[in-house]
Design a protein around this ligand. Structure first.
Ligand code: FMN
Length: 217
């Protein structure tokens, strides 16, 4: 190699090291997980078709299922304190009476809280968003902040919101996997939703996720 070529090679390497923008390699998005992530979209329009209890079971497992003998779950949790509590408002779910239920991850069960049909009330409390009134089921992600702030102080509030976000994304991806639709709904009156769901005093509703069969895809 002559001296000029060596010099050019050194210069190009130096400029590569100092480049401020590095283009990332192309990726193959045809894998199972890549396709689910690529296709995830907020879906707000649902058909009348009920969802099945099995579909609900998959979604709740993705949200807060227990995946180890130590009790760790499908979503990460600061200090493994698990502040998230999941409620389900049932409108049209096969084999389930209309009403309000709470998920028990340990027993993989639903605790029936009430058989009231509160869909219209939830719709009102969520600023009359159409996605709520049409949904066969609405998952409400709530949290007990004290469980985390007791250990981490004020920072525990951030940790709890972060954890709720992780749960919501797991739900989103499982819903996509089941070819159903959902959307994260953050616009609602907290006090109203808490009262309607008959939540415990120390629980705060953070996200609503209506679930249903997508009308179009
Ligand atoms: C914290 C948060 C709150 C949201 N609240 C609402 C809401 O109240 N109503 C709604 O229709 N969409 C809501 N969304 C969904 C966003 O509008 C949606 O994610 C965004 O338009 C991007 O579209 P995509 O999810 O299809 O990628 C919310 C999303 C987040 C993360």
């Amino acid at each position: 190699m002559n001296k000029i070529k060596v010099l050019l090679l050194i210069l190009s390497n130096i400029s590569f090291c100092y480049e401020r923008e590095i283009l990332l390699p192309e990726i193959d998005k045809n894998g199972f997980l890549e396709k689910i992530i690529q296709n995830r979209r907020s879906i707000r329009d649902y058909s009348d078709k009920p969802i099945s209890l099995k579909e609900l079971s998959y979604i709740l497992w993705a949200a807060q299922g227990i995946t180890s003998k130590e009790g760790f779950r499908t979503t990460p949790s600061a200090g493994a304190l698990y502040p998230v509590e999941i409620y389900i408002v049932v409108n049209k779910v096969e084999k389930l009476e209309t009403g309000i239920y709470k998920f028990n991850p340990q027993k993989k069960s639903l605790l029936k809280i009430s058989t009231k049909n509160i869909i219209t009330n939830i719709y009102e409390a969520a600023l009359r968003q159409d996605c709520i009134i049409k949904a066969p089921a609405i998952i409400a992600i709530g949290a007990v902040f004290d469980r985390v702030t007791a250990k981490y102080g004020a920072r525990g509030t951030n940790y709890t919101y972060i954890e709720v976000g992780c749960v919501a994304q797991n739900i989103h991806l499982m819903v996509e996997n089941l070819n159903l639709g959902t959307v994260v709904v953050g616009a609602f009156y907290d006090t109203e939703i808490k009262k309607l769901l008959e939540m415990q005093k120390n629980e705060t509703p953070i996200i609503l996720m209506p679930i249903g069969h997508r009308k179009t895809k």
